[in-house]
Write a protein that binds this ligand. Structure first.
Ligand code: CO
Ligand code: CO
Length: 344
């Protein structure tokens, strides 16, 4: 009998924790030529979730690409997570996914049934998104990798950027935190079955539903919380908006068990990279260390972080409460002070 292959054992870093650090990336990207086109509504300068190109006054194309190493042992689940994560960047712009292409790396020696299951998981999420899977590209590689390139539509007037937050805005987060810490606990074979099921349920959940609800309200800025953690993505929103974002750690939705694992030091390396990056620009924290670790924990297929008009916040929260995952008001936007990010 052959031993069942554990996909996550094949990768040193899994999911968005496999991302190259924000500091490293910025240095390399700054040396590339500058592209200018009046129709390029969102390019690389603001580190936004996707590129946006205007076709006409009421139509713009959203293009994004995301792939990573296994974040779940079950190939079908891994496919679902990778696809939900890639589709998320379209939702983070307030858009609708239309077409998707598979990006695949797979070892020659591995059972192709596993590949079939990864692709089936991805295809099911594309179907749920209401988009079409239109092709892809596969290469041979020792570590399996999977993701999607997604194209979506948005009306440029309703485009959400990762900046534009206004003083007084309320910050809403639409998924619980702790995916990176929980995946570390799963790899260490410490997580319970229920805890494992909870993180997988969160990572496979499409941000489509939160996006559709929030389109009814005045959203001034939005991004999805992924590899740079809540802290890293909040800093980008704060800097781009020239505001200070205040995060209240006692209001954060956190997955079960994550606080305990964080206190035990089960922190993925990406969390330290994320903290170091934010530290270099200066942040103020009075939160306990384990909550800070959760703020910087790299998320895979995390929720949307939205800066919302204060008058809309409670109505939006009421609508969001119909979703299966916990959403919460986690802080507010204030005038830019000494620190762009304040963690309480
Ligand atoms: Co994103
Ligand atoms: Co991305």
């Amino acid at each position: 009998m052959t031993e069942k292959i554990r996909l996550t054992k094949l990768a040193p870093n899994c999911g968005c924790a496999a991302k190259v650090g924000p500091g490293t990336l910025a240095g390399v990207l700054s040396r590339l030529p500058k592209f200018e086109d009046p129709n390029l509504l969102v390019g690389t300068e603001t580190s936004d979730d996707a590129a946006v190109y205007r076709i006409s006054d009421d139509l713009a194309l959203i293009q994004t690409l995301d792939f990573f190493t296994p974040v779940a042992d079950d190939p079908y689940t891994f496919g679902q997570v990778a696809a939900a994560n890639a589709l998320s960047d379209v939702y983070a712009m307030g858009g609708e996914p239309k077409t998707a292409l598979n990006i695949v790396a797979f070892p020659n020696c591995m059972d192709t049934e596993i590949l079939g299951e990864i692709l089936r998981g991805g295809a099911d999420k594309v179907l749920e998104a209401g988009a079409v899977l239109a092709g892809g590209h596969t290469i041979q590689d020792d570590t399996p990798k999977y993701g999607l390139s997604v194209t979506g539509f948005v009306n440029p007037k309703n485009l959400w950027k990762n900046y534009g937050a206004l003083t007084g805005d309320v910050l809403i987060l639409t998924k619980p935190l702790g995916a990176g810490i929980m995946n570390t606990a799963i790899k260490a074979e410490m997580a319970s079955e229920e805890e494992t099921a909870e993180v997988l349920r969160s990572m496979t959940c499409l941000n489509k539903y939160a996006c559709e609800i929030m389109k009814q309200y005045r959203v001034h800025a939005c991004t999805d919380v992924t590899g740079f953690g809540l802290g890293g993505h909040s800093l980008e929103m704060a800097q781009g908006s020239n505001k200070t974002l205040v995060i209240h750690t006692d209001q954060l939705p956190v997955m079960n068990g994550v606080r305990e694992y964080a206190s035990m030091g089960l922190i993925p390396a990406g969390a330290y990279r994320n903290r170091a990056h934010v530290e270099s620009t200066g942040y103020l924290s009075t939160a306990e260390l384990c909550m800070e670790d959760i703020v910087f924990d790299p998320q895979t297929s995390g929720g949307l972080l939205l800066a919302v008009h204060p008058e809309d916040a409670s109505k939006a929260m009421e609508a969001l409460s119909s979703l299966p995952l916990p959403c919460a008001i986690i802080g507010e936007v204030i005038d830019r002070g000494e620190h762009a990010l304040v963690i309480r």
